[in-house]
Design a protein around this ligand. Structure first.
Ligand code: F6R
Length: 630
């Protein structure tokens, strides 16, 4: 986790760093800081350290506990004129969230300043070694150890010091550093964690992701693992950590606008992103469902197509909400009306440490919004070692998983800023639905006319999601009646079992209420003991479902025990209405598409409960948007 940024050029560095950090705040927000090298003497006292009599100005360092707003209000009292600087927004790993643990960290003599995203796994061993040599540490962080280590190798060439330090460091990182006696150069290197260089005119930027750079440039270079970049205002030099040979790097153009990454009048990013869902579905359909009975995936080459045609089994590997998409994918791929391929969804953190019986003839799909999730990335690398076909279903263009998988299918949801995933989830579901139909055709299981029916119904989904968004009065009522409740149960079957998990996850992560999702058939095996007249139970019961009658029986059982039933049901379903305290209607659709519709009221319900409880909806406590640590 953590967001990092660096700037070198002609403009004032500090406002650029702060704005970049605001865009990266979703990556962590327990403390933040910036360091710069002022061009003239600056009298204000800072957290920086005194240098050793050099003619170069010492670093000005500002750090605050809490969000960027805190740091910004401190800096607004006055900041130095500097044209080079680095910044960081933190999600604590080593050491509590505090001002002293906030980055940037300086070397022992104040010669270098460093920001870091990642973990130095052998920091204890390095710290003892450095202490023996006289280092004194102020913070509890692994980053300060790295700063001391780099400075111990520093003799006027920052890039060389970073190369030497990288050889000693175990773990994964993105480092951005500046040196006091080299005020014209930023050096950065990465192993596993993302870094992207922004190319301006007479200025350069570096950040954890492109959203921090979009106000300044759309031309970027993605760094690969073990690459080191040296940025001057007028040059970029990329080399491998172990070599001095200059690498030729491709310049990519980012097509997201700044506006796309901003709130657009909504109170929260999460709400904006929920409302963007009809448009997201439309875009995916425009790209993929090109004719009335054709589905296209432009990034699936003929070679990959032929491997997919003969695949024995599909593994889906992902975390959190993306794992729930994987579970829906499981039903889709195995569906006898679609691809009918054996499929298994796994949580990345389990998959990477298990020994799955995965064969060369299998395929593994890695589903991820950020494309940077550490466990999913590790699982992808393992699968690649086994020679399995790997496919990323990824939202963030150019992210590590997108680049490393054999093929990538982008979900085209646009930037998702709210920590709770909403539009990226619907985009994953839509993409998986179309992919399963595509494979159905490829493997000769789905006729053109069946595909035509499927595509026709898919094209109704944007309108149907809009309809749900237009009528939220029942969701408002339920949220107002129940927002003080501390425990919720979510039940679903078949295609909607994953959404019972997803609904519970959405509620707990943004409201902090306890919520548990179950396969409704499991009720009698324990959870039914929880039901009494105080217990809210959210029941997902769309009509077109193989298990509709079973779900109805579960609802009866909860009703008999006076549980508070909140149902998500197909319009005009009077049977369910009679037994429900609150009912959220969804339009009718095919069973395979029902999770795309049932997810929306679940998102809105969680959102409204969170707002009524005055929660920090977009940045819930302890979470970060992109989980780049295990
Ligand atoms: C929950 C949520 C997380 C992510 C998970 C995986 O709302 O957003 O559970 O789904 O951290 O992240 P990605 O999709 O970036 O791999």
């Amino acid at each position: 986790m953590c967001g990092i940024i660096g700037y070198i050029g002609k403009r004032k560095a500090i406002p650029i760093l702060i704005q970049g950090l605001e865009r990266l705040e979703y990556r962590g927000y327990d403390s933040a800081g910036v360091a710069c090298l002022p061009i003239a003497k600056f009298d204000r006292s800072t957290d920086g350290q005194e240098g050793s009599g050099s003619i170069h100005p010492r670093f000005c360092v500002y750090k605050e506990r809490g969000k960027i707003a805190q740091l910004k209000s401190r800096i607004n009292h006055g900041f130095p004129d500097a044209h080079i600087g680095i910044g960081h927004t933190r999600w604590a790993t080593h050491g509590a969230p505090s001002k002293v643990n906030a980055h940037p960290h300086l070397g022992p003599r104040g010669q270098i300043a460093l920001v870091h995203n990642g973990i130095v796994e052998n920091y204890d061993e390095l710290k003892s070694e450095l202490k023996r040599k006289g280092s004194r540490f102020k913070s509890e962080t692994d980053t300060e150890v790295a700063a001391h280590l780099i400075e111990s190798y520093y003799h006027g060439d920052l890039a060389q010091a970073m190369r030497l330090a990288a050889k000693r460091i175990k773990g994964f990182f993105a480092f951005v550093a500046i040196a006091r006696s080299e005020p014209g150069r930023i050096c950065a290197l990465k192993r596993s964690n993302p870094l992207v260089v922004g190319i301006g005119r007479g200025e350069h930027f570096i950040a954890s992701d492109v959203s921090a750079l979009l106000s300044y440039t759309k031309n970027v270079i993605y760094l690969e693992d073990n690459e080191l970049v040296e940025l001057k205002s007028d040059s970029i030099r990329v080399t491998r950590i172990g070599s001095r040979k200059r690498l030729k790097k491709k310049v990519s153009r980012v097509d997201w606008s700044v506006e796309e990454a901003q709130k657009g009048g909504f109170r929260h990013f999460m709400l904006k992103e929920i409302y963007e869902q009809p448009r997201v579905l439309e875009e995916i359909l425009e790209k993929r469902a090109v004719g009335k009975n054709t589905i296209e995936f432009d990034t699936i080459s003929a070679k990959i197509q032929s491997r997919l045609k003969h695949t024995d089994k599909i593994y889906m590997v992902s975390c959190g909400t993306a794992y729930h998409a994987g579970l829906v994918g499981d039903y889709l791929f195995e569906d006898e009306q679609l691809a009918r391929i054996p499929a298994e969804a796994h949580v990345s953190s389990e998959f990477r440490y298990s020994a799955p019986l995965i064969g060369r003839n299998d395929a593994a799909i890695f589903i991820t919004q950020s494309g940077e999730t550490a466990d999913t990335l590790a699982a992808l690398r393992q699968a690649k070692k086994r020679g399995v076909l790997t496919i990323g279903i990824v939202n963030v263009v150019g992210s590590t998983i997108a680049r490393e998988a054999d093929a990538v299918i982008y979900t085209h949801a646009g930037p998702e800023i709210g920590v709770a995933s909403t539009k990226a989830y619907l985009a994953q579901l839509m993409t998986l639905s179309l992919l399963s139909a595509y494979l159905g055709v490829l493997r000769g299981r789905l006729s053109k006319s069946q595909l035509e029916k499927f595509v026709r119904e898919a094209k109704q989904l944007p309108r149907k999601v809009s309809e749900i968004l237009q009528n939220q009065s029942a969701i408002d009522q339920a949220a107002r009646a129940l927002y003080r409740k501390g425990h919720f149960l979510y039940l679903g079957r078949g295609y909607n079992f994953p959404n019972a998990l997803e609904g519970a996850l959405k509620l707990k992560e943004i409201t902090y209420a306890h919520a548990h999702g179950y396969a409704a058939g499991e009720m009698k095996h324990g959870p039914i003991a929880l039901i009494d007249s105080e217990q809210p139970v959210v029941c997902l019961a769309p009509r077109k479902s193989r298990t509709y009658d079973k779900m109805l029986s579960n609802i009866e059982e909860i009703h008999a025990r006076q549980g508070i039933i909140i149902s998500i049901a197909t319009e005009n379903d009077q049977m369910i209405k009679r037994r429900s305290r609150f009912i959220f209607w969804i339009p009718n659709t095919l069973e395979q598409f029902s999770p795309i519709l049932t997810a929306v009221p679940l998102q809105l319900f969680a959102y409204k409960v969170a707002v009524l409880n005055c929660r920090d909806v977009d940045q819930p406590r302890n979470l970060a948007k992109s989980v780049t640590v295990e």
